[in-house]
Design a protein around this ligand. Structure first.
Ligand SMILES: [Mn+2]
Length: 325
């Protein structure tokens, strides 16, 4: 036990919402809280989204201990722990500087990690002697999914593995299932979770939609110079499985898409994990030029819902930059 906290301690975990790695990160840190940091503490959660306006609300940091996992840095004094692996983790140079000066020993950043879950597991083991062996399968799958390390586009799109089914549910269920999933991830094996009736029902519905999305994308997508481009605005689709383009166009190197995410117009930029050659563009840097961010191999830009024409121009411009002649 670290720090000698008592029973009434409230621990608030803020995580990247509707993201499998975000949910697994929250579950793993929860286990650390219960087994080591503050046994008996009361845990609560809040999901965070990347959006064009304000990311954090100071009122969200209402625990005695506030933890941010798999999401951007906040310089708030109320934040106790922070873990992120996104290259674009800092909203400003001032935030990056604030992190560099931090001497708490509880804020961690490593963009070299493919998943925040594995980053947390390794960091807690090395610095706090925490053994997360009981969650090894969770760490394994979070790293495959967040790092797009699936063996093939077929595995990624056909979703036979429990982790892939849960990923679909986390990202696409109409009602956000992340809050109820986090405690299950901490205590149940993945295959047992997907066998629960509510998860089976949800997966069945979403997988059918996934197949329809594949049809819509194949109708709208154009592949030019190794870049698959499609605009889903007006289709009612709020998202899609990012591997569909590479399942449809195995020879492509990049995808650029535009969609209506409801509270944002979203441009997504991705690279084919199974491409014969490594991508030569850093997509996080490319997206940063337009106010977005992400990882070297996958990035996104959020615009406010009124800015569809700006989002569309940015998407077309990016597609042109990525095209090979
Ligand atoms: Mn992540």
């Amino acid at each position: 036990m670290i720090g000698g906290f008592t029973r009434s301690m409230r621990v608030k975990i803020l995580h990247h919402d509707r993201c499998f790695d975000g949910a697994c990160s929250a579950a793993l840190f929860s286990s650390f809280v219960r087994r080591s940091l503050a046994p008996g503490a009361e845990l609560s959660y809040a999901g965070l989204y990347h959006r064009a306006d304000q990311l954090f609300d100071e009122c969200d940091f209402d625990g005695d201990i506030n933890v941010i996992v798999d999401f951007k840095y906040s310089p708030s004094e109320r934040v106790t722990w922070w873990f992120d692996h996104h290259q674009s983790a800092f909203l400003s140079d001032a935030d990056a500087e604030h992190f560099r000066r931090d001497r708490s020993g509880r804020k961690f950043f490593d963009p070299g990690y493919k998943s925040c879950t594995k980053f947390i597991a390794n960091t807690l083991a090395a610095k706090f002697g925490f053994d997360s062996g009981h969650l090894a399968n969770l760490v394994h799958w979070a790293d495959i999914l967040d790092g797009a390390q699936h063996p093939s586009a077929k595995v990624a799109v056909e979703m036979k593995e429990p982790a892939l089914k849960l990923n679909l549910i986390v990202e696409s269920a109409e009602t956000n299932m992340t809050p109820s999933l986090i405690p299950l991830l901490e205590t149940e094996p993945l295959d047992a979770i997907v066998e629960r009736p509510e998860y089976q029902r949800e997966f069945g519905k979403l997988f059918e939609g996934h197949m329809q999305t594949m049809d819509t994308i194949s109708e709208r997508a154009v592949c030019r110079g190794g870049v698959v481009f499609f605009d889903l605005v007006g289709t009612g689709l709020k998202g899609y499985n990012k591997f569909i383009p590479y399942y449809l166009y195995p020879q492509s190197a990049y995808t650029v898409s535009l969609l209506d995410g409801g509270f944002r117009a979203k441009v997504s930029v991705g690279s084919n994990p199974w491409a014969a050659v490594e991508p030569s563009h850093n997509l996080a840097e490319l997206c940063e030029r337009y106010g977005g961010g992400g990882h070297p191999r996958v990035g996104a830009i959020s615009f406010s819902p009124e800015q569809f024409s700006e989002a569309r121009s940015a998407a077309l411009e990016i597609a042109e930059i990525l095209e090979t002649n």
